[in-house]
Design a protein around this ligand. Structure first.
Ligand code: FVH
Length: 292
């Protein structure tokens, strides 16, 4: 008596660093896999590992209902899928795009008779197929498609579905990465401050990692204030006090010979908000200044 569960066959378009990492996880998990890449040489190793290699994107799309796309950008998706028949296909597009591109691509796929999911990958290739690394993919678009294929989609990384609006995966992806760049900017300024001092960058790094981790949960208070509309709710360090502290940061930067250009724009927003508020609130009002 055999106990074999048939695994969903997968087509994958794109064998760059990410596509190749994705491909290996489906092969290892026993999913029949058809791959296509514009430059055929990138498929050779995968063929040896058991993948079927299609000669064209059209042939790859024709092979299986579930079609995963992981190409450079939206323009390459347009180019690669141009001559393919998407009718009856389930397309999960993991190519990084803007929310507007994702929404347009969802409509484009719908017009061609396909169900569409957009994905935003919150992982780098070495995290793919390594659950303990914590990587995952935001998905948005057809919930039906997501639920039907969730098990297969979860093979390379965790899955987080964020809504029927096809643009939401890209929006969540960009929101998280934008916050990350803010953190990188702050850390860059901190390292610059000690650059010419007898302070070990590794020692500062340990302190920074702990401090940033301790501060990160403040985003929950920000969310709570945004939801309630009360920006004074639970405030610990109010805006007036924080604005009063900004000259200390700017003077320290000057004394250390460090440009304030990463910090100044945020301080300027804090000052503008203070000019129009009581000063008793948190930093949350800055968000309203950013939204047009
Ligand atoms: N790698 C990473 O760290 C990040 C992590 C987060 C998510 N991104 C996004 O994933 C998409 C693919 O990224 P990638 O790392 O696989 O990128 P590359 O290694 O540069 O491979 C690009 C593939 O796209 C193919 N390609 C490019 N232009 C075209 C085109 N006009 N027509 C058809 N295919 C095209 C390229 O083919 P080739 O150069 O080998 O012929 C590669 O398969 C991406 O959206 C990241 O933002 C990765």
């Amino acid at each position: 008596e055999h106990n074999l569960v048939e695994k969903t066959p997968v087509t994958l378009l794109g064998l760059g660093a990410m596509g190749t990492a994705l491909a290996r996880t489906w092969l290892s998990a026993g999913h029949p896999l058809t791959v296509w890449n514009r430059t055929p040489a990138r498929a050779i190793a995968l063929a040896a590992e058991g993948a079927q290699v299609a000669d064209s994107a059209a042939e790859a799309v024709a092979a299986n209902r579930l079609v995963i796309v992981c190409l450079l950008d939206d323009a390459s998706v347009e180019e690669a899928l141009a001559g393919t028949d998407l009718a009856g296909r389930d397309v999960a597009n993991l190519t990084t795009s803007t929310p507007a591109q994702a929404r347009a691509r969802a409509e484009w796929a719908r017009e061609r008779g396909a169900r569409y999911l957009d994905g935003g990958i919150m992982a780098v290739p070495p995290m793919i197929g390594v659950p303990e690394a914590g990587g995952y993919v935001f998905y948005s678009g057809s919930q039906e498609l997501f639920e039907q294929h969730q098990e297969t989609l979860a093979v390379p990384a965790g899955t987080t579905y964020v809504g029927e609006d096809a643009g939401f995966a890209a929006l969540h992806d960009v929101a998280l990465l934008s916050a990350m760049y803010g953190m990188f900017a702050g850390a860059a300024h901190a390292f610059a401050l000690i650059r010419n001092e007898d302070i070990d960058p590794a020692a500062l790094a340990r302190l920074l990692a702990d401090w940033l981790a301790a501060m990160a949960p403040t985003v929950h208070q920000t969310a709570d204030q945004l939801r309630s509309g009360d920006y004074t709710k639970g405030v610990v360090s109010n805006l007036a006090m924080q604005v009063a502290g900004t000259p200390t940061f700017l003077s320290t930067a000057e004394q250390q010979g460090v440009s304030p250009e990463l910090l100044s724009p945020y301080f300027e927003l804090m000052r503008r908000r203070l000019a129009e508020s009581s000063g008793e609130e948190d930093l949350t009002g800055v968000i309203d200044l950013l939204v047009h």
